[in-house]
Design a protein around this ligand. Structure first.
Ligand code: GLC
Ligand code: CA
Length: 559
């Protein structure tokens, strides 16, 4: 088997609770995924990444794990998981699962044991407990804040405090504790033995921590760059954890792959996670953070292709995932609309009011950006629903929101609307009470409400139409399989002028993207796919690429 399968794989991220609901309880499940493998096969993806499906109280969409070696009974059983692995493999699709090592849930047996045990006990040492400051330790050990709003320390009845970067329900594990380390090695083996081909490592840069005494303030902490001097992010010691993991991965044939979720900007630091003796691959979120802009895209592509030389890995490309506003919406925010109601970062889910989103423009640009992404060397990570051109669902009623980021930032100066808008259950059919997400006679509706416009973005509506977004993804993935060669590209500087970006891949595959508003001439070659209809003025005039459009051409005479 090909040990390098992941290097240029198209990986499709499934957020299991929102993909397909087989038993009609309103929550997506493993049986639902199994029933849709034909769809994934037809789409032409190489691998599936499953976001957490473990038992969880869903304080953070499943990233609060009660038991790392089981399936949430609302989602399925271990037997169904085995059936899913077998069915995916049968279809030639690899499987990556999410592993969440930075924190467990507060319902995990270890945390329950820690609560029931005395301060200083071995059970407490698996987590990060500290005494508080001031009289009776009534003040938290530091004023640090959680990423989802509110304090990062929570007090337990006997007076000690535990640390959590995310919600109160996500106590942080102590990775200096040998038992924690051993437990995760066994968990990795548990899933690898069941046939899992790889792991997506959640908040991979946070595991190693060293809190100075006295603790810096939040203001001081924010000024310390990530890396060896940071108490919490991207410390050097984290690599010794992944060196151990790598030895486990390499016990298997083919070796299990892993991809680090790291938000470090320095190429050298990111490369440490992507090296073969570490996790082997790391997410690059640069395109996801960029504007729809030729110059930014070129700079990012160039620098990332240089960066992977530092790690010997392949580059990753991401435009959307379960944590950010879908790219079809990001690209449709009107420039004058700015970043309404948000926390400053437009790419984090800030929930622009629908009035400030130009859906047509957003989708057009999203399709163009996707064809650039899929033409790049390396691995592309797609998020469920982007192949339908889904935009962010705005206007979910407050009482139906689930994301802790929404609930915990209510009183902040700049509250977040949270990430529910990209996690709404997929539309499979044009009609029906849940657009085919669940059976029409389901006992419960989808766990997040679907808007009416989902009808036109449903799989049923798009399936038979080659010009639909789904049609474009299918065609592009089919072509990519045929054309994907070496991991290089060559910029075409003759064509890359102004708002146009053009590059070729080995084998005569040319990608030309027009990021501007005005049409540009279509270069010669055979058109393979384009993200929008080309402008063909009669029989004799030259064809042109309209604004916000990408086209792939075959420039190899033999093809
Ligand atoms: C990662 C996940 C995100 C989750 C957080 C805490 O960033 O992608 O969804 O909330 O980790 O586990
Ligand atoms: Ca279900």
């Amino acid at each position: 088997m090909d040990a390098d399968w992941w290097r240029q794989a198209v990986v499709y991220q499934i957020y299991p609770r929102s993909f397909a609901d087989a038993n009609g309880d309103g929550i997506g499940d493993l049986a639902g995924i199994i029933s849709r493998i034909g769809y994934l096969e037809q789409l032409g993806v190489d691998a599936v990444w499953l976001s957490p499906f473990y038992p969880s109280a869903l304080a953070d969409g499943g990233y609060d794990v009660d038991d790392y070696r089981d399936v949430d009974p609302r989602i399925g059983t271990l037997e169904q998981f085995d059936a899913l692995v077998a069915a995916l493999h049968e279809a030639g699709i690899w499987l990556i699962v999410d592993i969440v090592p930075n924190h467990s849930s507060n319902r995990h047996r270890w945390f329950q044991e820690a609560l029931a045990s005395a301060p200083g006990s071995p059970a407490r040492d698996r987590y990060i407990f500290r005494d508080g400051l001031g009289a009776g330790g009534s003040r938290p050990p530091s004023d640090w804040t959680s990423q989802f709003g509110g304090p990062a320390w929570t007090r337990v009845p006997d007076g000690q405090w535990y640390f959590h970067t995310f919600t109160v329900e996500q106590p942080e594990l102590n990775w200096d504790n040998p038992e924690v380390r051993a437990e995760f090695l066994d968990t990795l083996r548990f899933w690898a033995d069941r046939g899992v081909d790889g792991f997506r490592v959640d908040v991979a840069a946070r595991l190693a921590k060293k809190f100075p005494e006295p603790m810096p303030s939040q203001a001081e902490l924010s000024r310390i760059p990530s890396g060896p001097d940071s108490p919490v992010y991207d410390r050097d010691e984290v690599q010794s954890i992944y060196a151990e993991w790598r030895r486990v991965f390499n016990e298997y044939d083919p070796p299990r792959m892993a991809v680090a979720e790291v938000w470090v900007n320095s190429p050298e630091r990111r490369a440490r996670y992507a090296r073969p003796e570490s996790l082997g691959q790391a997410f690059n979120f640069d395109l996801l953070k960029a504007d729809f802009d030729a110059e930014q895209f070129r700079r990012i592509v160039t620098s990332n292709l240089d960066q992977v030389k530092l790690s010997e890995s392949s580059s990753t490309w991401v435009l959307s995932n379960h944590d950010v506003v879908r790219h079809a919406t990001r690209y449709g925010l009107r420039p004058d609309g700015g970043r309404p109601g948000g926390r400053g970062d437009r790419w984090v889910n800030d929930g622009a009011p629908a009035s400030q989103i130009d859906r047509g423009l957003g989708l057009r640009r999203a399709r163009a950006a996707t064809l650039v992404e899929l033409a790049l060397p390396g691995s592309a990570y797609l998020y469920q629903g982007e192949e339908l051109g889904l935009g962010e669902v705005t206007g979910i009623p407050d009482e139906q929101r689930q994301d802790p980021k929404f609930w915990r930032t209510r009183d902040d100066e700049r509250p977040s609307v949270g990430r529910d808008g990209c996690r709404v259950p997929l539309p499979w059919t044009r009609s029906g009470p849940s657009f085919g997400f669940g059976p029409d006679d389901s006992a419960a509706g989808p766990h997040l409400p679907q808007p009416d416009w989902f009808a036109d973005c449903s799989v049923e509506a798009e399936s038979g139409d080659p010009s639909s977004t789904l049609g474009m993804y299918r065609r592009a993935l089919e072509l990519r399989r045929e054309m994907q060669g070496g991991e290089t590209l060559e910029w075409d500087d003759g064509l890359s002028v102004g708002d146009v970006l053009a590059f070729s891949r080995p084998g005569g595959w040319l990608c030309v993207a027009n990021f501007g508003d005005d049409p540009v001439p279509l270069p010669s070659g055979r058109v393979l796919v384009s993200s929008a209809p080309l402008i063909r003025p009669g029989t004799d005039g030259p064809a042109r690429i309209p604004g916000a459009c990408t086209v792939w051409l075959s420039i190899d005479a033999g093809r």
